[in-house]
Design a protein around this ligand. Sequence first.
Ligand SMILES: [Zn+2]
Length: 446
Amino acid sequence: MKLVRGAVVTMDPDRRVVDDGAVLVDGALIAAVGTFRELTKLNPDAPVTGLATDLVVPGYLNGHQHLTGDRLIQSTIPDNLPPGDAIFTWAVPVHAEHTGDDDELSATLTLAESLMNGITSTFEAGTVAHPERVAAAAKRVGARLAIGSWGWDIEEGPFAGSPDEVIDRQRQSLALADGHLISAWVTLVGHNLMSDELFVRASQLARDEQVGLTFHLSPSTSDTVEYKARTGLAPLVHLHELGGLGEHVKIAHGVHLDDHEVEIVLETGAGVIACPWAYIRLGQGTTQSFRHLDLWKAGGALALGCDAENAGDMVDAVRTAALFAGLAKDTTMDPTVFGAHDALELLTIRGAEALGVADRVGSIEVGKQADLAVHDRTQVEWIPRSADPVLQLVWGSDGRSVRDVYVAGQQVVADGRLTTVDVDDLAADAEAAREGLLRRAGLAGQ
Ligand SMILES: [Zn+2]
């Protein structure tokens, strides 16, 4: 048993905030939430970490994150390339060269940064080649992870295969779930890079195994153009006609959807994961088509993601939530429509509901997993402290003030440092891996 002290933002059904509160952690679980005074009285022997000035929030959820492919060449792909070049000149050749060691190192770094910024649950967009090495990285770092593997059945491309081969690989990555921190889901690359057969079989596999299915769709307008040319229909209309959509589906992006597609998302209960920094960084037009707000207003299942280190780059949930809230206000020219409290819901309980994990994480409630992020409000950006900590969290801070983090009750960040791995020890390997990948991909000197 231990007590984590601070103002507790529970995100429970009443959205209770307990000033000078505490969370009683028993093993992996939350055993009690209350005022510091009452909980110390009831548990006089429990060791205490934290200060009355701290802010304790549910660990953040990142619903779409590439753990391999981008990290080792982070912030390297130029930001002035025409659409498609970043993928075919850079990402594809670099993905093709990833070794198992590269995948593990890449995932270790991204998950380390995630934890340091308070992200306790990461949903992977699909490991390029070696999911077992990514699972090993998550275990080593102590992060909660939903893992998958790169799935596409196009003619050429790294790790492409026939539908049989891709489904087989998905089955293998589902077997990596360990019943503790590692879960798994079916992950296709998506876009117009999956045959109807692959999509239908992947959806069936997810249904049979009772896991999620995720894939990329419509971050820009090109998927709509390509689906209409191939099928005569908008992408989600086509996928719906194939019978593959449902509550198990978690669509990454869904920026450029027409009205009928928005209706289909709501009707089928599919979730959508918005990664606003990627759209802004890549110039994909979310300011022209902010359908995420329409989904949110209609009660749709919505979560946020940080995407990739060449598409938004920083793995910082709070920064992502602030951008999302700003886009909601600005695209509607209505400051009343969506605010900081709504944004924090997407990072926590509402994101957890959209991703199908709200029974275990997403709020600080008795019986849930003890996944907690603690912001140090003695740091300068928090001085003086607002009476509304959520307003100040979203607009006035970011991951820098995260000082302590717990995943399933284990303290993985203490006093601003990871307890599980020493990032300094990884730096030399990361530099060497970066050079090796760029050289093997024919991009040396970049
Ligand atoms: Zn992605």
